[in-house]
Design a protein. Sequence first.
Lengths: 490, 118, 522
Amino acid sequence: MPPGISASDFYNILPELVLTSGALVVLIVDVLLPKERRGALAWVTLLAIGATLASLVPFRSTHVEVAQGLLAVDQFALFFKVVFLVAAAITVLMSVRYLEIEGASPGEYYFLILCATLGMMIMAGGIDLITIFIGLETMAVSFYILAGFIKPSHRSNEAAVKYFLLGAFSLGILLYGMSLMYGLSGTTNLRVMAAAFAGQETDARLVLAVILVVAGVGFKIAAVPFHMWAPDVYEGAPTPITAFLSVGSKAASFAMLIRIFLEGLPSMGHDWRLLFEALAIITMTVGNIAALTQSNVKRMLAYSSIAHAGYVLIGIVAGTSRGITATLVYLFIYAFMQLGAFAVIVGLRRADVAGEELKDFGGLHARNPFAAFAMLLFMLSLGGIPPTAGFMGKFWLFSAAIDAHYNWLAVIGVLNSAVSLYYYVRIVVFMYVKKEALGSEPATSPTLAVVLGVAVAATLVLGVYPRLLFELADASARTLGAAGVTTSLR
Amino acid sequence: MLSPYIPIAIFVVVATGFALFTLVFSGLLHPEKYNKVKLEPYECGIEPLTDARDRYSIRYYLVAMLFVIFDVETVFMFPWAVIFDKLLLFGLIEMLVFIFILVVGYYYAWQKGALEWV
Amino acid sequence: MHFPILTSLIVLPVAGAILVLFVRGDEEQSAPFVRKIALTVSVLIFAETLLLWSRFDPSSADFQFVERHAWIPAFGIQYFVGVDGISLLLLVLTGFLTPLALLSSWESVHEKTKAFSIFMLLLESAMMGVFISLDLFLFYVLWDAMLVPMYFLIGIWGYDRRIYAAVKFILYTMAASVMMLLAILGMAWLHLTTTGSYSFDLLRLYDLKVPPHLQFWFFLAFALAFAVKVPLFPFHTWLPDAHVEAPTAGSVILAGVMLKMGTYGFVRFAFPLFPEAASFFSPALAMLAVVGIVYGALVAMVQPDMKKLVAYSSVSHLGFVVLGIAAMNTQGVQGAVYQMLNHGVSTGGLFLIVGMLSDRRHTRQISEFGGLKKVTPHLVAAFLIVTLSSIGLPGLNGFVGEFLILLGAFRWDPRMAAFAATGVVLSATYMLWMFQRVNYGPVTNEKNTRLADLGRRERAIIVPIIALAVLMGVLPNLFLRPIEPSVARLVNRFHQNAPAHLQVDARPSAIGHQPSAISHQP
């Protein structure tokens, strides 16, 4: 074995290896199965995800660097990997019926979902710019294709092209920033880089690098003013993919953001905090205000997801271990409520009805009480009303902001969540209150019911008893950095 | 500090100068007689048969892309072959894994009919 | 370990709601059964609150029946509940009004009965929770959670403009309360900096010395949330809409219990937590309260719609409560707490009566009625007693509360008391005028000639209200006795921490002083 690599390195990336093998199996099974039985691929995919989750078990308390600092296997990465895999599993369950209706071939679809998940896992573990970038590309390329997966749909094509062009452009900017970071420190490893920059005076070129990386990452998390792609892509992409994009891709990008800035650039904390503070404020405000007037629910959720990126940034700005904990908690909770909301939209999709407009939700309560109740819960949770999980998440974020003396950020945050209530309540009005409006009959399927059940249970349970999640997230946040807690965590 | 760049600068100047010189000089010298045949574009010395704005089968792109994908693998195999004697069994296994993944993709493309020219 | 009676007040309605959820069958089959379950559960809860009262030690000012469990230890958040003299009777009031509200909707709510019963029970659970929580986080959770069932009650079973009213209600109250969340977080953080650990425990936060400039902001944040809920002039605009559009049951609960949460919040949280700021702001609060008393009365006078009239009378009556709290002496606060109960009984009763009339005629316009005395004598008799109790006739409940409040206000600032007293006169004017137009004179409208008098169900609703109104008027000490020790302790503690409050002349004279002004006070 060549120097620098050992057998234990391969053991430590076991989950990634399992997932890769699973993806290949999906590809092979796809061609082996006769065409009419390819629906079974969903189960193969779920099996692969389940196997990957199982393979994470031995790494519950591992804290090592793989291949001399290419990847970190720690609880921080583990936390995110669980989020990604759960999100992927829910997406797969949502997709079964959706693909049948759209008549799309499931083989590549599930394969690409697994590839995207693999990319996310690498992003969360990456502590080297190269690894992070490879993970990011793996994820992004998969999503470019997935966004355009409904080939006959113009909107889907538009979504794919927009996402691809803007995504490629933003990756270029990110890469430029990364190359500057490398040039100034002489290393791509974030932890070595932090040591190299420590105690240095602020270099104008490094500030430029920070700005470029913030712009590149800002695109990925859909922060204003790098958000323009999100509404169009979210609206056009197949609904399960929109859900996965808004949850998985966003969470992975936040993991990358935390790794790069907290592990790699703690010495520049003052500069990037300021940038993220400004981004958080505009992102929350613009996202919420733009969402107020949307009549397409997918588009509305796109703007709401922009706003939520703003809330999550509050935790990053606080930058304390409580702030990072809050970020992790929020992303975890957000995954369930956002996926659940999209699952309801998927349920409304029928051969002849898009099921995305507000009026399609009209009188849903009478036609499918459970779906309406689930949607109600997700809306309340997104709006941050107790006793749902969303409230707990927001509470943690705002408390982190106050702890770190970012009082105004907290004030703007709560004001925004009050504004956001308006458009979340609007859906509730359509579902429950409007008697005359009648949308389409929702078509439920067992898998969709499972998705809704899981999401509802998570939203309620985490809203009443969030203690375990808080403790897990806290333990995960504390493993950041080589020595355990990064220096920038105050 | 910039001294290592001096050869590069000289190289750039010489290269640009040479290109400019040949273009301008031949432009001054050559006789200017045109006829139809002389103005026709040609590729690889063969006269054009049809209009250039022709339809291609979509298959062409598919095959072309597959070609690029499987061609690029050589980029990875070449450095491996150069230091094969140092990597030994480990390198061999790594490369087999790599090839295996490629083969899966190839098999998939094959079964999906990407290689058939209808 | 004794029986967790307070927890059961939160859990029992939820359990009832879940039970209702599992009732099968379509509307026609399930509705009667569902109504009975909900009513049984709510009567059971009322019995429980009475049991609580009988076990309550009225001589103690401490919190009783305390339960305390860790909830989110990392942040010092507890499940911490208890009851003292101030909250005890509010619990009983909630328990009393919920079955009546359910009964009042027995026939008028005839669609989605299941959902209606579920929301009523969930609402009761959250309301009980608000009154007993002694952990600020728990309090905020329930405070916000309460909005959702109320939103649905207005939005689904309300009248024509119900959607507008429901959305306005939830947005207005939500927007006002988010700032309170930040202030709560700020208190927890302050506890961290002074003692080294987070805490949302109300009793520990009472002992916290809050710096004056923080008191200023925190008090404002709390006061905004409570003032909208009360509603204090000029934050009252959501109330007429919500009341007018809400179904009878919603109005009863809204006026009877939910408005009290604002005033309860002042007494329990805003004043004792931030005494100096409260002392600084209380003249302004009292001023708004007095303006609200007069304004609410004047606007009520010209309302053509009975329900709107009662709604504006609530603005006026709750002005008295806030005035009593702002005075912060024993009489004032005691009167305020008593008046909260009175208002719950008499305004709840008024809404029930208006609901009965509206069930019969499907209109609430005063001009549509007239001469009902001859047609429905029993209904009118009940109407008269409830009206008089709302005006504050001696011998009925309203008198005691208003008298105590005016007494307290007079001791604190005679000018305020003088202005507020006009509200008493005005309230007699608009209530009696309305009563006269509806009930006396000839029967002008053809449709009114054949109206039915009180049915058995309606008697079951209105008799307890009248009985309680008389009881509270004749034996006020029965109710005031448990209140007194807690109020006395509250007032004493307040004056220890804000000694400037009693010195009427040294008090800052104008509203809108610089924030630093309160820091000059000792």
